[in-house]
Design a protein around this ligand. Structure first.
Ligand code: AMP
Ligand code: MG
Length: 316
């Protein structure tokens, strides 16, 4: 696989136009991108990740005008898009009758998840390709999401044409997924845009009960998983465990320690989360013990990812 730099954007555009896959930088995590309008490209994305094909993909576009050519906006969704795009917010909206996005990308649903990513390289790429790009995270399904080009290379090997290196991801967590139904905004997946910011624009968010049929088909219980076990809310740590610490007082006694945010800042912690889980996992400890992290700000999305990382593993 080629490791491309910002100046190599022409080669990435050409690869995508040939139907090949390119890993792209975004502010959330690296994406595995292909032309969302081509069935062959979208099929390649599912195969490359080993992703179950009932789990629909997010389409990436350069601006709101490009989104309006694919989906129908209600007033609340439009306000959210105007306020938060480009940024870590995905909106689930009805496909337009003439929407050219592959039905494989939406897993047969008549809605499309769509966003405008906030990264200069990828925005330029999207403008130049002139097609929406389907892009799930650029990692084998079920594993930790990549926040650097090196993570992508380590996980997907030679299965894609190129990785476009845009440096470490600023936010470090996948986008927040929202769907507005009859004026009410539903939180389908917590992510890089915190609840408080959304509620300031859309009012209180509704959230599906665990018992309900999941509204977001890809929300598997086990996901974002390192190889070793993960133990949450640790109040002590064993000598053969690695510690993922948070705040000024890391627990003593671990084999290895990485601190997500010594100052106790959930935004800083989010940016480090996946990279630190990878680094500790590479030491093959008995387990990764994780200290409690408050739910404020990005803490809600961090808790969601850690819950899934700690679940017994499902076959995906
Ligand atoms: P990922 O590509 O791993 O970041 O996952 C995309 C997320 O968006 C998954 O949780 C999907 O279930 C969700 N998603 C994508 N398309 C739709 C859709 N049409 N309706 C509801 N959720 C969706
Ligand atoms: Mg993913």
């Amino acid at each position: 696989m080629l490791h491309l730099h910002a100046k190599d954007i022409d080669r990435a555009v050409a690869a995508l136009q040939r139907g090949e896959l390119v890993a792209i930088p975004t502010e959330t995590v690296y994406g595995l991108a292909g032309d969302a309008t081509r069935d062959d490209s979208v099929a390649r994305i599912f195969a490359c990740k080993g992703r179950p094909n009932f789990n629909p993909l997010i389409a990436h576009v350069p601006d709101l005008a490009a989104a309006e050519r694919l989906v129908e906006f209600d007033p609340v969704s439009r306000r959210l898009a105007e306020r938060f795009w480009p940024g870590p917010l995905t909106l689930v909206l009805p496909r337009r009758g003439d929407c050219p996005v592959s039905w494989l990308a939406t897993a047969g649903l008549d809605t499309l998840a769509i966003r405008v990513p906030d990264h200069p390289i990828t925005l330029e790429l999207l403008r130049r390709v002139g097609r929406p790009l389907a892009a799930p995270s650029a990692n084998p399904s079920g594993r930790l999401s990549p926040t650097t080009a090196e993570h992508v290379l380590a996980g997907l090997g030679d299965a894609l044409a190129a990785v476009l290196d845009g440096g470490p991801c600023r936010v470090g967590l996948e986008s927040t997924v929202v769907q507005v139904l009859d004026g009410q905004a539903w939180l389908l997946r917590p992510g890089g845009l915190p609840r408080q910011a959304l509620e300031a624009v859309a009012g209180p968010l509704a959230q599906a009960e665990a018992a309900e049929q999941p509204r977001s088909p890809g929300q598997l219980a086990s996901h974002y998983a390192p190889h070793c076990p993960v133990r949450l809310e640790a109040s002590q740590v064993a000598a053969d465990e690695a510690l993922l610490a948070f705040g000024p007082l890391p627990l003593p006694g671990a084999r290895a320690v990485l601190n997500l945010s010594p100052s106790g800042d959930t935004t800083e912690a989010a940016a480090h989360l996946f990279a630190y889980l990878r680094d500790l996992d590479a030491l093959a400890p008995a387990a990764i013990a994780v200290m409690p992290i408050p739910r404020e700000g990005l803490g809600e999305a961090i808790a969601d990812r850690l819950q899934r990382a700690a679940q017994p593993r499902e076959a995906t």
